[in-house]
Every structure is written in C-alpha cells, then in structure tokens.
Design a protein around this ligand. Structure first.
Ligand code: TXA
Ligand code: MG
Length: 327
C-alpha cells in the first residue's frame, strides 16, 4: 500500500521494520526496499521479494556517520573524509565489516556497504527506527532483480504489488540514479559503481583519483553487464543512425519507441518519441521513469540516442550500456 509520509505513517513504518517486516522508502537516488539489517530473516525476505540471489551483499542505511563503528571495524581516513563531504547523500562506502554483521547483509564477504541517505523521508524513517533501538536498514533498490530501478512509489507498486505492505511515498527521486559506491577494502580506494556523486568530486576530496570500475578487479558483486533492463529489446544508436533508420521504416511496420535528447522527431515517424532532457542531471533524474514508460508501450524495439561523451554523463552511459546489453 502506498501511503504519504506523515509522522504517523513514518512511525508505523519504523515499527514494521522493528517487527521484521519490509518497508519501501524513498531516497534521493532511487526507492529502497528496507528491512532491519540486524534481522537475517527480514533481510532474507527482501531477497525473496526481489528474486535476488542470496550471495549478493546489500547496503546498510544508517541515520548518521556516528554509528559507523557499529558496522565497520576500521574506517580509513579517506572514507572519513568522503563521509564528511557527501553524507547525508548519494554515496555508499564499502568498509571492512565488524565481526557481528550478519552474512545476509555482507553476502558472506569481509566488507559491508554503508550509506547515510539525505532524503527527508529516509532520514525521518531512520531516526525513528534508531529511536526504537534499530541499528541500520538493509535496502537494495526496490525493483525486481535485474530490472529497472524505481524512482517513484508507483514504480515500486508496479513491481511488487501487495507483496510490500507499506510504501512511503516521497515523490520522484531527485537524482534518479543510484549512489556512487567507493570501496576501502584494498590498499587504494576504488569506485565500484558510478553514480550520483561524480568521480571528480570524490577525487577532489581524496586528493587523488580513485581506481575506476573495470580497472583491475574492482567490481561490485551484482553489477552485471545486463542490468536495469527493459523487457523490450533496447539499443543505443547515434542520432544520425536513428534518423537513417527512421527513414528506412517508411510508414506503419515495425513498432519503434525512441528515447532522444538532442535529435528532433522526424515528421514521418509514426512510433513513440520521447524527448529526454538535454542536461545530464535532468536526464538522469527521468531516466528510469522514461525506460519504464517506453517498456510499457510493448514496442518491437527501443532506440536510445547515445548520450554525450563528457565525464558528467558517465553514470548515465553506464546505466544505458547495461540496459541495452544483449546476451
Ligand atoms: O542509491 C543506492 O545505492 C540505492 C538506495 C536504495 O540506497 N541502493 C542500491 O542498492 O542501489 P542495490 O542493492 O540495488 O545496489 C547495491 C550494490 C550492489 O551491486 C551490491 O552488490 C553492492 O552495492 N554492494 C553492497 N554491499 C557491498 C559490499 N559489501 N561489497 C561490495 N559491493 C557491495
Ligand atoms: Mg539495484
């Protein structure tokens, strides 16, 4: 059930978390599907609801950085600096786990992912849950495994229906793509997932460039080549390629849906044409909603105009590469 985040409903949600139930809540990146991170049965229910393999670790959401020592056995100086600079916010830190962190959260590994979200509803929920004695909320993105993340309460309801007893409605997420993940489990910091905090900003705080995804072995478990994928076959195409292909369609025939951001719809095109924002932040904010809406059209194919090359587009390019990956 979708409810507005009134103080009463936030209280109710915190009580449900304490009782081992699942609650979906908004963050500034995407919606999360939360469970008490100290309750292995509750965390297992999240995996079951998502149809996600059990060995994947899940991010623990905490109210503020002061509780980090309850979860991490060491906090390198670089991690402290990033937490100070970007929390509350769309950054996840991977740190060496404390000994009592349960394996459902870590996937059995030696590290734990932690994030202090900035969304006021997520903050209110965490504060309330902590007041009830909670330590952290384990929450992956609130979508079925491998599918498009949810950036509205309605998206969550579409994926899970009545399986999730409570969805706190915080409106559309302001960033629209997931947190940037930085791991401090090796001799040097490594970005495991590009996301809402630009890598340049992380490098500026660290004083040097972190390792990037794909460099060496750095990869978050569960960052598959295919992810965030619509059911409809989707591909990336340069604007010129889209125009040529539209020219070849000639009248009714293939049912095509296009996600463009710079090229205008040709007058002869009869399919669905979405004009995404030309600015990277606005584009990212609407990306998953656009992919979901395009997918719902049940077209034969989705053609996505290749995003620009600049570093500010790197997280969007990453998501679109995975969304259009075949095989
Ligand atoms: O923005 C976000 O990060 C959202 C919101 C809800 O906070 N959460 C999110 O969770 O994207 P999820 O589960 O969809 O993606 C988290 C990624 C997964 O690829 C997981 O494998 C990785 O983080 N991860 C979590 N804990 C980890 C750990 N200890 N070591 C390495 N990777 C980890
Ligand atoms: Mg996810």
């Amino acid at each position: 059930m979708i409810v507005s985040p009134t103080p009463e409903n936030v209280d109710r949600a915190a009580g449900m978390l304490r009782d081992g139930e699942l609650v979906s809540f908004p963050t500034e990146t995407v919606y999360g599907l939360g469970a008490d991170a100290r309750n292995p049965d509750a965390v297992r229910r999240v995996f079951a609801a998502k149809r996600r393999p059990a060995e994947h670790p899940v991010i623990v959401h905490i109210a503020d950085a002061s509780v980090l020592p309850r979860w991490a056995r060491s906090i390198p100086a670089g991690a402290k600096a990033l937490a100070a600079a970007f929390w509350p916010g769309p950054l996840t830190l991977i740190l060496p786990r404390a000994s009592d962190v349960n394996d459902t959260v870590t996937g059995g590994g030696d590290s734990v992912g932690l994030r202090v979200p900035g969304h006021p509803v997520a903050q209110a929920l965490l504060q309330r849950f902590f007041a009830l004695g909670g330590d952290g909320v384990a929450a992956p993105s609130a979508n079925r495994f491998g599918r498009i993340s949810a950036t509205t309460a309605q998206h969550v309801a579409e994926d899970f229906g009545e399986e999730i007893a409570l969805i706190l409605d915080g409106g559309a997420c302001s960033h629209g793509i997931e947190s940037t993940i930085v791991a401090f489990t090796d001799h040097e910091p490594a970005v495991l997932r590009l996301g809402a905090v630009p890598v340049e900003n992380i490098a500026a705080v660290l004083g040097s460039a972190p390792r990037l995804p794909g460099a060496g072995a750095a990869r978050a478990p569960g960052t598959h080549a295919s992810h965030y994928a619509p059911h409809t076959p989707a591909r990336l195409m340069a604007s010129s390629e889209i125009l040529r292909a539209v020219g070849r369609l000639g009248g009714p025939g293939a049912h095509i849906a296009v996600l463009a951001h710079s090229v205008a719809q040709p007058p002869t095109f009869e399919g669905a044409w979405f004009d995404a924002p030309a600015h990277n932040a606005a584009y990212a904010q609407e990306l998953y909603a656009n992919l979901r809406a395009l997918d719902a059209l049940a077209a034969d194919e989705i053609w996505i105009e290749t995003p620009p090359d600049g570093p500010e587009w790197s997280a969007v390019r990453d998501r679109l590469r995975r969304a259009t990956h075949r095989g």
